[in-house]
Design a protein around this ligand. Structure first.
Ligand code: GGG
Length: 355
């Protein structure tokens, strides 16, 4: 679904590069949008602070000014990547997880599609993961106690009917826009019968809701346990069209699917709510390659396109996506993750030339 294109004289885009290669790939997204000229309203980029590095300087990973600017000044946003530490750091909390909740960006939409395919060697992949973005284990309610047997840690996993219904609705709406119109519900309700059971039943019930009014009648529905879904994703990815999943499974499945199309550096996403959208490459901050001008900028450029499409600027989105596809297909100017020798900046120039 695209948000209706408001008559805008300018397009205000909040830019949150955050950490690591986020700072190298967000300028690529900006260059792609600027190359569109009059296909979109005049873009205005608003630089905003967030991230672990910002936390080490300021004591907060997501300042109130950033959230206020996104809510009150911006039409949409682009987020780069964040280097959240693997160990608890007092006072730190992931800014991307917080942003998704604060802006109610309840759906993380992650299309994964192979561009240049030799079916004898590579599988044909054309799927979209619709990941619930606000709950599951990402509510981050963790506790630890010390018992006579040592430490004991617990995490709360939240699944609600409301969130499951709206992510289900997003999955069915997405399926309507695709040729195959097929939704696979991912769960583990043979073990987690209450939480995943609620997710599965609620998503399944969406086509029958009175307000849906039969719109999803042409959509076929399948379901799959998450472990077997990963197995089948690697064996026969062509069976999947729209995969809808609770937060953690969706996060894992979309990274796994990225492996089938050549690189995590190719896969874009949008975090979407009913009134705001934020593009974000699926990859992380990759501290091992940060600052070397070798990060793949294509996922960020595609995320800009997805964001524009969501806002109703389909022509601009097509121009960016087609240019990216041509550069991948030609295979001459690619970053090292795709077997190339080119720099980030060279790939950006190559795409921009074709926009
Ligand atoms: N662009 C995706 C990204 O930044 N991934 C890293 C990530 O999600 N880290 C976990 C977190 O900060 O919540």
């Amino acid at each position: 679904r695209s948000m209706a294109t408001a008559a805008r004289s300018s397009l205000k885009i909040g830019m949150l590069p955050a950490d690591g290669i986020g700072r190298e790939v967000l300028p690529a997204a900006r260059a792609a949008i600027l190359a569109l000229g009059s296909s979109v309203p005049k873009p205005e980029f608003i630089d905003l602070m967030a991230g672990f590095e910002y936390f080490t300087r300021s004591g907060t990973a997501l300042p109130d000014e950033t959230v206020d600017a996104l809510k009150n000044e911006c039409d949409c946003a682009l987020f780069g990547a964040v280097s959240s530490p693997s160990k608890k750091v007092i006072g730190y909390s992931s800014p991307i997880v917080a942003l998704r909740k604060k802006l109610d960006l309840y759906a993380n939409i992650r299309p994964v599609k192979s561009v240049s395919v030799d079916p004898a060697v590579n599988p044909v992949v054309d799927l979209v993961v619709i990941r619930e973005n606000t709950e599951c284990l990402y509510v981050k309610q963790e506790t630890q106690v010390v018992t006579e047997n040592g430490k004991e840690a617990r995490a709360t996993r939240l699944i609600t009917e409301r969130a499951s219904r709206r992510i289900g609705d997003m999955a069915f709406r997405t399926a309507l826009t695709r040729p195959r119109k097929h939704v696979t519900i991912i769960h583990k309700s043979n073990v987690l019968s209450i939480t995943d059971g609620l997710f599965r039943e609620t998503v399944r019930s969406v086509p029958g809701l009175p307000e849906v009014n039969g719109r999803y009648g042409d959509i076929t529905i399948a379901e799959q346990l998450v472990d077997s879904a990963v197995y089948r994703l690697f064996r026969e990815p062509e069976i999947y069209d729209v995969m809808v999943a609770p937060n953690l499974y969706g996060d894992i499945i979309s990274d796994a699917a990225a492996a089938l199309v050549g690189s995590l550096g190719l896969v874009p996403s949008v975090n979407a709510g009913d009134s705001f959208v934020m593009g974000e490459p699926v990859h992380g901050s990759a501290p091992d390659i940060a600052g070397q001008n070798i990060a793949n900028p294509l996922a960020a450029m595609r995320s800009a396109a997805l964001m524009l499409r969501h806002l109703g600027y389909g022509e601009g989105a097509d121009r960016i996506e087609n240019a990216v596809d041509v550069v991948i297909r030609e295979g001459k100017v690619l970053t090292p993750d795709l077997g190339g020798k080119s720099k980030t900046s060279e790939v950006v120039d190559e795409v921009v030339k074709r926009i």
